[in-house]
Design a protein around this ligand. Structure first.
Ligand code: FAD
Ligand code: UDP
Length: 787
């Protein structure tokens, strides 16, 4: 949702301990908001704060306190330290988020916009729970705006104690755990354990029933019991020991699928006492996502809904567990997994977080007395317009208006907006007529939970260190080298054409040296390479040109290669070695969390406001701004007054298949026989693990969204005429693939946007505007003089 806030969370759980509800929710929150996670104090020589920034952008704060302080001294010192920290970090629009009511005294004096109590357990039922816990929880019920409960029993218990109680049961990172559905290599300490293996993952504390495990293990010495998790608050001497019980200790969240993958049954041998009355074990959906059958004691929130839906077997004692586990091992796993998938579909942490975020945003919007301080960010739905209008500065004399109106939230618009806001100190309004940011690079999860690129496959590659480093500020990367096979003469062979391609197509065993001669003997030299046909025919001759390039190009562009500028097919080299990579750039990688996440971070700046679902023409007449950066099609800007510039379009057909892998390469090109040009399987690009797979087929079209400028001489002439018009429009800057009518890759657009931003900032500082033209064809951000 649209409103920005900073979160300060007080928790009794260490962030770096087991990865559970707070970590799942707040790491998602940190994608769009600053998150400060305050843990309980530890001992230090003198008062201070131990600050740590985690990979997922969460900052943890651990107060350090000397020994021997009274409780009130402890509170006073912590408050002072935290207040200084909040001041220094300019915490704004504070959302206070409590996991432990014991921290209430630390937040009492703060003025949060919204207070959330995310109640995970009946804490007062835990062994060693302080007396004050109940009182403080009472105080929190009075002061919190929103009470979230982690399970149905807790919800029922708290429902009448607060006016805004919401049930958010444990969710699951399905993708992560679903990795366990494939056989994974056994971790070293599990490898030698025989089957059948029955396992448990979780904290081992007073909620765990050691006697039940002991009896079960004794009754079935032929079964092996794998226990994973830290032992807490109980005496580990009281845990059963037997040759078939393996206490493996705590493991990293990343490694859990590898353990689960090697189990036959997953267990929840919980004790039935006060401490388990209200639990809603996160491991239930995790076990199910991992594809394991589950046997549990009758914990209320497991019986309903899991047992009712036939997803978990319930047993009361060791004999019951043995019988249930035996039945589970004999059942049809694929039927169980299908049922589990249907249930888990609505249980993702992403969804839970976005619902929580929406509740917070609504509460904050009601509270917000001064809309002009509300930044609108991450607006990806129709609420965008209404949300911004609530928060928009009133357009009075332009005094509170924007320095720049940026049209388009793709690479060109987003990078420029960020630079102008951050380096130029300007106030920037970004509008896009689509309902999302990212332009054509936008990615999303489809209805099956598979990450796809809505506008066709986008693979990042660049030779520009500057561009790569710039984007690295906003994303981590996943190494990825792209590979493509072409379907030619009934075979799938590497494209770009290389030594293997030739040997496979012609049934030869040429060496690199020989293939060079092979090409030379077929190549047809021309005086000057002008067209896309010349590019190929002069290198490899007509036959290979026909097999690999002519049909593809005619389909893709609706033109013969002889009618297209040389730069089109020059994008695809010919090689005499065996390098199968599509690109050879220095930097090749995919944004680890996807393109959309990267764009969210680029646009996440207090001086940037974002408005989606909005054509700039709807607002330009009343929105106060000084200059415009335009990244849409240049001919459209001028109402096509000189005629239409041709843009080639595509229709995308997405298909999801019930199989892990559908094709032998990320992309298969079909130069000849099919109506589509290529088929992409996204999981190769994103590295996602999922039991299903989604493909996209690209059907070239003359009409539709403008995707490709068409490089040919007459279009360049028309573009130049538009460019002349653009030159005389004061205060409007044209940037990007559509606005400068260039067949640019993403990195080239970034380079162009960085160069233009520098010019704009310098011109503004100098109090005047300079002429702009940028040549990023070498993907270096050079600024060149106007021709
Ligand atoms: P866009 O991403 O097109 O953004 C322009 C934005 O302006 C759009 O969101 C549009 O809605 C908005 N807009 C236009 N008019 C208006 C208006 N009147 N009011 C409001 N908003 C408006 N590049 C690579 O580097 N690697 C690849 O693998 C790759 N694959 C590609 C595959 C396909 C199928 C396509 C089409 C492109 C591919 N590209 C690839 C190129 C890449 O998409 C572009 O270089 C890049 O997205 C261009 O960014 P941009 O900001 O210039 O334009
Ligand atoms: N091309 C071709 N056969 C192929 C691959 C590419 O003829 O197997 C030509 C075609 O004209 C295509 C151009 O080379 O449009 C550029 O290919 P690229 O993969 O760079 O296209 P993009 O990813 O931009 O669609």
């Amino acid at each position: 949702m649209g409103i920005r806030f900073d979160v300060v969370c007080f928790s009794h759980l260490r962030w770096g301990f087991v990865y559970q509800r707070p970590q799942h929710l707040l790491s998602r929150c940190a994608r769009n908001h600053r998150v400060f996670y305050v843990e309980e104090p530890i001992e230090g020589d003198k008062p201070g704060l131990k600050i740590e920034r985690w990979e997922n952008d969460v900052t943890t704060i651990v107060p350090l306190l000397p020994e021997g302080l009274s409780e009130s001294q402890q509170i006073e010192i912590q408050r002072g330290l935290l207040d200084d920290f909040f001041e220094e970090h300019k915490i704004e629009r504070l959302v206070l988020w409590y996991y432990t009511p014991m921290a209430v005294p630390l937040g009492r004096h703060l003025r949060p916009l919204v207070t959330v109590y995310d109640c995970m357990d009946e804490l007062s039922a835990f062994s060693g729970a302080p007396k004050a816990l109940r009182d403080r929880e009472g105080e929190l019920f009075d002061s919190a705006d929103l009470l979230f409960t982690g399970g149905a029993s807790l919800y029922a218990a708290k429902r009448d104690r607060h006016q805004s109680v919401h049930l958010f049961p444990s969710s699951v990172d399905v993708q992560h755990f679903a990795q366990a559905r494939q056989p994974l290599p056994d971790p070293g300490d599990q490898a030698l354990i025989r089957h059948p293996r029955l396992g448990y993952i979780g904290v081992i504390d007073e909620r765990f029933d050691p006697a039940l495990l002991g009896e079960l293990a004794a009754s079935r010495p032929d079964w092996q019991f794998v226990m994973i998790g830290p032992v807490l608050k109980i005496d580990s001497g009281g845990l059963p020991t037997a040759p078939n019980i393996h206490w493996l200790g705590q493991k990293r969240y990343e490694d859990l699928p590898a353990y689960l993958s090697g189990w036959d049954v997953a267990l929840m041998p919980f004790a039935r006492n006060e401490s388990t009355r209200f639990i809603s074990p996160t491991k239930t959906p995790e076990y199910l996502a991992a594809g394991r059958p589950v046997v549990s004691t009758p914990i209320t929130d497991v019986v309903e809904p899991y047992e009712r839906l036939g997803l978990v077997r319930i047993a009361e004692d060791a004999a019951g567990f043995a019988a249930a586990a035996e039945a589970a091992m004999a059942e049809d796993a694929s039927r169980r997994q299908r049922q589990a998938d249907a249930f888990l579909k609505d249980r993702s942490w992403d969804r839970t977080w976005s619902e929580m975020e929406a509740l917070i945003a609504r509460t904050a919007a009601r509270r917000s007395d001064n809309g002009s301080t509300v930044h609108v960010r991450l607006l990806d739905d129709a609420n965008a317009v209404s949300a911004i209008s609530e928060s928009m500065p009133v357009p009075t004399n332009g005094a509170k208006g924007f320095d720049y109106l940026v049209v388009g939230a793709g690479y060109a618009g987003s990078v420029i907006a960020r630079e102008l806001a951050e380096q130029g100190g300007s106030r920037v309004l970004v509008v896009d007529r689509r309902n999302h940011i990212g332009g054509n690079a936008y990615d999303e999860y489809d209805e099956y939970g598979i990450q796809v690129h809505r506008y066709g496959p986008h693979i990042f590659h660049t030779n520009s260190q500057e561009v790569f480093e710039y984007l690295s500020r906003f994303t981590a990367w996943r190494p990825y080298e792209h590979r493509v096979l072409a379907s030619v003469d009934g075979r799938l062979v590497p494209i770009p054409i290389n030594l293997d391609t030739i040997n496979e197509i012609y049934g030869l065993r040429l060496s690199s040296f020989e293939v060079e001669k092979f090409f030379a003997s077929r190549a047809e030299p021309v005086e000057k390479v002008r067209t896309s046909e010349d590019v190929v025919v002069t290198k490899v001759g007509r036959e290979l040109y026909e097999k690999f390039f002519r049909g593809y190009t005619r389909k893709q562009w609706g033109l013969d290669p002889s009618e297209l500028d040389a730069k089109v097919t020059s994008r695809v080299p010919v090689r005499t070695n065996r390098d199968p990579r599509y690109f050879t750039d220095t930097y090749q990688a995919m944004p680890r969390d996807g393109y959309t996440r990267m764009f969210q971070r680029i646009l996440d700046h207090p001086r940037i406001k974002l408005m989606l679902n909005t054509d700039y023409r709807e607002i330009a007449s009343f929105m106060p701004y000084k200059e415009v950066v335009y990244t849409g099609p240049i001919d459209e800007f001028f109402d096509h007054r000189l005629g239409q510039l041709p843009y080639r379009s595509l229709e995308f057909r997405f298909e999801t298949i019930e199989t892990n892998v559908a094709q032998p390469a990320p992309v298969i090109n079909y130069p000849n026989e099919r109506p589509y040009t290529r088929v992409t399987e996204f999981k190769y690009l994103t590295g996602q693990v999922h039991p299903k797979t989604t493909l996209v087929y690209e059907y070239p079209r003359a009409e539709g969204d403008p995707y490709y400028p068409v490089p040919r001489p007459e279009n360049e002439v028309l573009y130049k005429r538009y460019q002349k018009l653009a030159d005389v429009v004061d205060g409007v800057h044209f940037v990007g693939r559509l606005a400068t009518y260039r067949y640019y890759n993403m990195d080239q657009v970034v380079a162009q946007a960085l160069a233009v931003s520098r010019r704009l900032i310098a011109a503004r500082r100098a109090g005047k505007e300079g002429p702009l033209e940028v040549d990023p064809t070498q993907t270096s951000a050079r600024t060149v003089g106007r021709a």
